[in-house]
Design a protein around this ligand. Structure first.
Ligand code: ATP
Length: 377
């Protein structure tokens, strides 16, 4: 087993496409790390560099204590699972899973034929590992089938099986669930988490899906334009986003952003004016242009809430649209020029088209400096 580290790693394609820009990131031994970010942020390139499929322009790539920049991919002891897992169509599931192991053993082929007894032992060992992996993934009954006789989810499990049997130091996964339908994706997500718990193999998982990142990662690394924005546990990234980008990327429905000015201890966004939370460093920044960030679940119907409702934390808005989702109601609010989304308790009596008072949980408010887009804390 081994950790993985990127030390000042940069990848430049052609003359000036900075796919990964001075990345410093340490993935601990046995950790499940998710690299997440929008399309083009450099997450796949980062993963491919660890795999040895892409060369770093500068910096050090470490697996365990070893600098692997110049180590050939096959000697890095990693296993990759891609979105487009290519199974061998003419082989059954058993042979697809056993293939990589056999290939490895082929290296010692001459040794094997001069030691026929050992060759038998190796065959038995491969058989045991294939069956163990198949049992772990619940595909024992499919071992004789060809890929075309499997569902998408079953095929993905075979691809995982192929990676598991190798018992690598590190798993690299690039959007492995994106070809599955929504229900299967959720199910396979849970299976992958369980698998990681059982095997304890260091895993780096790339996705653009923030829900996958939040639910799977022990830590998540959020990237934008090749630059690491924040790396922390999912709750910390959600509750204390380092900057406006992370705040807007993580969370659905997304955080509301309101352009405001700080004046007389208030956050003034026109039709929305609430107090700067007491003790917040922004209170001393009179005149500063900021963006107020409020998560939808931190806005309450002022009549149905446990948080204190005072003049300091309420605003009036019109409910443009109200979606009743069962567990919560999603309200699209309009206050003057401002538009906001609120996730309300379904006990709310508010109706679409009416105007009502809403309360904001000031303890959960985010304030971003407009000049740097960094959170003010
Ligand atoms: P996606 O989710 O769309 O795969 P990503 O975050 O994984 O995106 P990368 O594939 O790592 O992003 O790409 C990062 C940047 O590098 C992009 O601007 C991309 O266009 C560029 N890029 C990637 N591969 C190459 C290449 N072989 N040649 C030139 N530019 C490349």
């Amino acid at each position: 087993m081994a950790g993985v580290a990127f030390k000042n790693v940069t990848k430049i394609f052609g003359k000036d496409v900075r796919a990964v820009d001075n990345l410093n990131l340490e993935i601990k031994d046995q950790e499940f790390m998710v690299l997440v970010g929008p399309s083009g942020c450099g997450k796949t390139t980062a993963l491919r560099m660890i795999a040895g499929l892409e060369e770093a322009t500068s910096g050090d790539l470490m697996i365990g204590e070893v600098r692997v920049n110049d180590v050939p991919p096959k000697d890095r002891d990693i296993a990759m699972v891609f979105q487009n897992y290519a199974l061998y169509p003419h082989m059954n599931v058993y042979d697809n899973i056993a293939f990589g192991l056999r290939l490895r053993e082929l290296k010692g082929f001459l040794w094997q034929i001069s030691h026929m007894g050992d060759a038998k032992k190796i065959k038995q060992d491969i058989d045991r590992r294939v069956r163990e992996a198949a049992a772990m993934l619940g595909i024992e009954q499919l071992l004789h089938r060809r890929p075309k006789e499997l569902s998408g989810g079953q095929r993905q499990r075979v691809a995982l099986g192929r990676a598991i049997v190798r018992k690598p130091k590190v798993f690299l996964m690039d959007e492995p669930l994106s070809n599955l339908d929504a229900k299967l994706r959720i199910q396979t997500r849970a299976e992958l988490i369980r698998l990681h718990r059982t095997l304890g193999i260091t895993t780096i998982y790339v996705t653009h899906d923030q829900v996958e990142a939040m639910t799977m990662g022990q830590r998540i690394a959020v990237m934008k334009d090749g630059v690491l924005q924040q790396c922390d546990e999912p709750e910390t990234v959600y509750n204390m986003p380092a900057n406006k980008f992370v705040a807007g990327f993580i969370g659905a429905p997304p955080m509301n952003f309101l352009p405001a000015k700080i004046a007389d201890g208030k956050l003034d966004a026109g039709a929305f004016k609430i107090a700067v939370p007491s003790g917040h460093p922004a209170s001393g920044m009179s005149g500063k242009a900021v963006t107020v960030g409020i998560r939808p679940e931190d806005i309450y119907d002022a009549k149905v809430t446990k948080i204190p409702v005072t003049a300091d934390n309420t605003f009036e808005a019109k409910v443009d649209v109200l979606e009743k989702l069962g567990a919560e109601d999603t309200a699209y609010l309009v206050a003057g020029e401002l538009h906001m989304i609120a996730s309300l308790d379904p006990a709310t009596r508010i109706e679409a088209g009416t105007t009502a008072n809403f309360a904001v949980d000031l303890d959960r408010l985010h304030i971003f400096d407009d000049a740097t887009e960094m959170a003010i804390r």
